[in-house]
Every structure is written in structure tokens, then in C-alpha cells.
Design a protein around this ligand. Structure first.
Ligand SMILES: Cc1cc2nc3c(=O)[nH]c(=O)nc-3n(C[C@H](O)[C@H](O)[C@H](O)COP(=O)(O)OP(=O)(O)OC[C@H]3O[C@@H](n4cnc5c(N)ncnc54)[C@H](O)[C@@H]3O)c2cc1C
Ligand SMILES: O=C(O)[C@@H]1CCCC=N1
Length: 393
């Protein structure tokens, strides 16, 4: 095992998911000597950033996310140029809801106020554009015109490649076992010891496990998400495979949780439609069957599909797993450790962090090197929770 002091970095980032990889990329751009540590050999599918696709949209209830998305779109385009890879496909993002739904109204108001290109769609327009998708009377639809799909796996690969090209070091298959805070932080992994002036922790669903020994107990819940792919009953018949863009459904079919979908990409002939929620699970035990699950997500999805997209077979053809790490208000945590200012935390991305990762990485890199913040971080501070510090401290 290497001894402390063998290699000293400006910054160490723990976790090579999309948030850690974007943070490391920004730090390397700022010419900081940066080490990115990952517990699994890369690429892996045990966290939250794997898979081919994610939704990108400006259609948010909160102004601050819509505002952050302006720079995110620019940075995604920059990453496409630097890597030479196509990372975005514009499909539009349909938002579907019961008329009068509060979230839907807020999303429309936000897009209107921020001059986001969007349109409200009448039942007749919906029928014409999206045959195979059946809304009921009293249900409404609008479209965030520049919404679409991000190619997630390709984005991760591009970032990590560019990070290395800029002199960044990635050590994968090395789990962080211990962090010793101080003016210089010492990080011990399963095979080495490293030191740095600043540390960023972006450990996804493992955040609690990494932060607890540092005396920090954040109100995070880790959820197992079933990622479901659906086949047409009669191939080519419904037209849904050719026409359906990304969509987000609020409060449809009597559901409090959202249902969302993306066009066919991962598996030819299959469409990804998922429930924006899941049952609590430890990331280490994700593959065990949930005991007494609270949410019957797949049954709810089957019922949604039978009612709204009846051209699809109501049983999923493929089911995969992914993890959400939710905060109580579903806003992210982007902050310093309350006691150790050179330790920075990015956590609680609550199932909607991928599209925002270019700006999240920028914010975390600024926090790590003590640069002036580009964004108001009030919605993301740890102090919004009541008891973040363990009594032991
Ligand atoms: C099914 C699903 C659909 C989603 N859809 C969307 C969407 O459409 N649009 C959108 O914007 N967002 C979406 N999201 C959310 C988005 O994917 C996540 O917010 C994002 O991937 C979180 O990234 P992360 O880097 O925080 O976590 P992760 O990707 O989990 O990365 C954390 C990394 O830290 C590593 N790590 C943990 N502990 C240690 C340790 N001790 N030592 C070393 N390494 C460690 C882990 O192995 C992991 O690689 C979705 C998420 C899921 C699960
Ligand atoms: O973040 C997003 O856009 C998506 C849609 C809703 C569920 C999860 N992520």
C-alpha cells in the first residue's frame, strides 16, 4: 500500500457517476491536479448513472432548475463538440396531467415566465401527432419543445475520456474505506492512501455510508427503481414506436407519483416507461426481493399502459434496476461539510440529477477550490434540514 504523501492532489473526487465525473472534468479544466476514485471497475451498473438514456428538459416547477438548465444545455453541447460524440437528441418533452393539476400549472407558468419555447396541445393535435396515446376528457398536454434524450452511458464515457486527456487520474476498483479530515484530507482506499487539499464526495446511493463516519447524518432515502421496457402488442400497428417523444405524466390514472417515458433506444422495438418512485433498498441489497413493498410500481405501470397506451403489451418485456437517492424535498444537496470546509458534498439527486450534472459539477468544483459561486445555493444547503450532525460530534 502506498504511503500518505506519495502523491498529493489538489482535489480528490469520490464516485465516478455522472456528478463525480462532471466535477472531476471541471476541476481538470481549471488545471487542478485531480484524482477520481471509483469503488467498482468502470463502467458499472450498480449506482444511478448507468443505462443508455435520460430525459433532458427545462419544464420544471422550480425557477432555479429551469435557470440552471440554460447553462446545462450549453455545456452538454460543448461536451458533444469536445468529445465528437452525439449526446443529445431533441424529441420534445410532453407533459401530461389532469386539468387543474397544481404541478402542471406551475410548470406551464414557469415556461411562460422564462420564455422557454413551449406549446399547449389540444386533444385534436394530440390525436394527430401521437396516435396510440389516448388521453381522456379532462386531461391536458403541453410540450417543452427543446426537451429530449441524453445518451447517458456515452456522456459518462466522454467525460472520463476528456478528464484523462486533461491529465486527470481515475482509479477504479478502489473503494474508499476511510477519510481523515484536516487542512490536508487523507483518503484510504482498499489499495492505497491519497492526500488532497480538497475532497468532493459524490457517492450516489452510498452517500450515507461515506458520510456517517464524518459525523453527518443526512435525511436521504435510497430507492430501488424498476426500469421497465414495453413491447407493442402487434409490431408496427399502434404507431407509438415511431411517434412517442419523451413524456412526463402528473397525477394520471389516479396516481400521485409521476410516470415517464422515453422513445425506443436501448432495445429495438421496446419503449422505456417507468414509475418515478420505488421501494426503499440498501444499494448493497438492491437485487434482493423487497420485503412487503409499499409501492406496487409494475402493477401501476401495467394499469397506466392499458389505459393510455393500449397498443403496448401490459406486461414489461425487460425489467432492469437503478437507484434513486431522495431528499425530503427532492432538491439536491450541494454544500460544504458543516465542520470540514474543504470537504464538499453532492448528494440526494432524487431521480432527476442527470440533465443538471454539467452545472452540478461546476458548482461542486467551485465549492472545492473556494471560488465564487455561480449560482444561489440556498435551495441546496444542508442547513435546510433539522439535524444533520450526529450527537457524537
Ligand atoms: C431509473 C432512473 C431514471 C432516471 N431518469 C432521469 C432522467 O430522465 N433525467 C435526469 O435528469 N435524471 C434521471 N435520473 C437521475 C440521475 O440518473 C441521477 O440523479 C444521477 O445519475 C446521480 O448520479 P450520481 O453521480 O450522484 O450517483 P451514481 O451514478 O450512483 O455515482 C456514485 C458513484 O460513487 C461510487 N461510490 C460510492 N461509494 C464509494 C466509495 N466508498 N468509494 C469509491 N466509490 C464509491 C459508486 O460506485 C458510484 O459509481 C434517473 C435515475 C434513475 C435511477
Ligand atoms: O428528471 C427527469 O426528467 C425524469 C423524469 C421524471 C422521472 C425521473 N426523471
Amino acid at each position: 500500500m502506498a504511503l500518505p504523501g506519495d502523491t498529493k492532489y489538489d482535489c480528490i473526487v469520490i464516485g465516478a457517476g455522472i456528478q463525480g465525473s462532471f466535477t472531476a472534468y471541471h476541476l481538470a479544466k481549471l488545471r487542478k491536479k485531480t484524482l477520481l476514485l471509483e469503488q467498482f471497475p468502470l463502467p458499472h451498473s450498480r449506482g444511478s448513472s448507468h443505462g443508455q438514456t435520460r430525459i433532458i428538459r427545462r419544464a420544471y416547477e422550480e425557477h432555479f432548475y429551469t435557470h440552471m438548465m440554460e447553462e446545462c444545455y450549453q455545456l452538454w453541447t460543448e461536451l458533444e463538440k469536445e468529445s465528437g460524440a452525439q449526446l443529445f437528441r431533441k424529441t420534445g418533452l410532453l407533459v401530461l396531467a389532469k386539468a387543474g393539476n397544481e404541478e402542471y400549472e406551475k410548470v406551464c407558468k414557469n415556461m411562460l415566465e422564462n420564455q422557454i419555447p413551449w406549446e399547449s396541445l389540444s386533444p385534436a393535435e394530440m390525436k394527430l401527432r401521437y396516435p396510440g396515446l389516448f388521453l381522456s376528457p379532462g386531461e391536458v398536454a403541453c410540450c417543452d419543445i427543446n426537451g429530449g434524450v441524453l445518451f447517458a452511458e456515452k456522456a459518462l464515457r466522454a467525460l472520463q475520456m476528456l478528464f484523462k486527456q486533461m491529465g486527470g487520474i481515475i482509479r477504479d476498483g478502489e473503494k474508499v474505506m476511510h477519510i481523515k479530515p484536516g487542512p490536508v484530507v487523507t483518503v484510504t482506499t482498499t489499495s492505497s492512501i491519497y492526500q488532497a487539499d480538497g475532497l468532493v464526495i459524490t457517492a450516489g446511493p452510498w452517500a450515507q455510508k461515506v458520510l456517517r463516519p464524518l459525523g453527518l447524518q443526512l435525511p436521504l432515502k435510497t430507492l430501488r427503481i424498476n426500469v421497465c421496457y414495453w413491447r407493442e402488442k402487434i409490431p408496427g400497428k399502434s404507431g407509438i414506436l415511431q411517434s412517442l417523444p419523451c413524456f412526463l405524466g402528473f397525477n394520471l390514472n389516479g396516481e400521485e407519483h409521476e410516470v415517464y417515458g422515453l422513445p425506443s433506444q436501448e432495445y429495438p422495438g421496446l419503449i422505456k416507461i417507468c414509475f418515478h418512485g420505488g421501494n426503499e433498498a440498501d444499494p448493497e441489497e438492491r437485487d434482493l426481493k423487497a420485503q412487503n413493498p409499499n409501492i406496487q410500481d409494475i402493477e401501476k405501470l401495467s394499469s397506466f399502459i392499458s389505459r393510455y397506451i393500449p397498443g403496448l403489451h401490459p406486461k414489461p418485456a425487460v425489467v432492469e434496476q437503478c437507484m434513486y437517492t431522495n431528499t425530503p424535498d427532492t432538491n439536491f444537496i450541494l454544500d460544504h461539510h458543516p465542520l470540514h470546509k474543504n470537504i464538499v458534498i453532492g448528494a440526494g439527486f432524487s431521480g432527476h440529477g442527470f440533465k443538471l450534472s454539467p452545472v452540478v459539477g461546476k458548482i461542486l468544483s467551485e465549492l472545492c477550490i473556494g471560488e465564487k459561486q455561480s449560482y444561489d445555493l440556498k435551495p441546496f444547503r444542508i442547513s435546510r434540514f433539522k439535524t444533520p450532525l450526529k450527537a457524537a460530534l
